[in-house]
Design a protein around this ligand. Structure first.
Ligand SMILES: [Zn+2]
Length: 179
């Protein structure tokens, strides 16, 4: 009789010990600090500011933080061609790792673009089939073969709306952090 109770308990212990290393996102992650799998380059303080104002961006950040096989690196470039304000190059490795190099054009609206490009990364985490989405009209293929999606466009605009709505509150928060 007792065996029935002991067995699940042992399984639970094994489960916890296996999953403990993945529990990297502590309470401060995506609030006071960036996830370890985002190399923010010069955008560190910018991202913390957006996190303090946008619930959508916090959700994106927490989802990214939870994916161990993902690395995101942010970079900046001189103004891109007139067609682009940002782009993300995604590389998937044989072992399953996903690497995203996100480039933002200098002096663009980083708030909208970070929300937009992070959503592109999440699309890949979710296994979105861009070709199929394009066939259904949810995405389009640009002249150079890159994809643009409604989902990323909407996410970027939503992050921007939230950011602008909460501007006064974010100002008070920033003061608190400086004490
Ligand atoms: Zn896009």
């Amino acid at each position: 009789m007792t065996f029935r109770f002991v067995f699940p308990a042992v399984l639970l212990l094994v489960f916890l010990s296996l999953t403990a290393p993945t529990a990297r996102a502590d309470e401060a992650t995506c609030v006071a600090k960036l996830p370890s799998n985002i190399d923010a380059g010069m955008f560190g303080s910018e991202i913390l500011e957006i996190l303090s104002r946008s619930e959508t961006f916090r959700r994106q950040c927490l989802r990214i933080a939870a994916v161990r096989f993902l690395r995101i690196r942010l970079g900046i470039s001189p103004p891109l061609s007139t067609d682009y304000r940002a782009f993300t190059l995604l590389a998937r490795y044989d072992a399953g790792a996903l690497r995203a190099d996100v480039t933002l054009a200098f002096a663009e609206n980083y708030v909208e673009l970070l929300g937009h490009e992070f959503e592109h990364v999440l699309e890949q985490i979710d296994g979105v089939n861009l070709r199929a989405d394009a066939a259904r009209g949810h995405a389009r293929v640009l002249p150079d073969g890159a994809y643009e999606t409604h989902r990323a466009t909407e996410a970027g605009l939503q992050v921007l709306r939230e950011y602008e709505t909460l501007a006064p509150e974010a100002g008070r928060r920033r003061q608190l952090r400086l004490r």
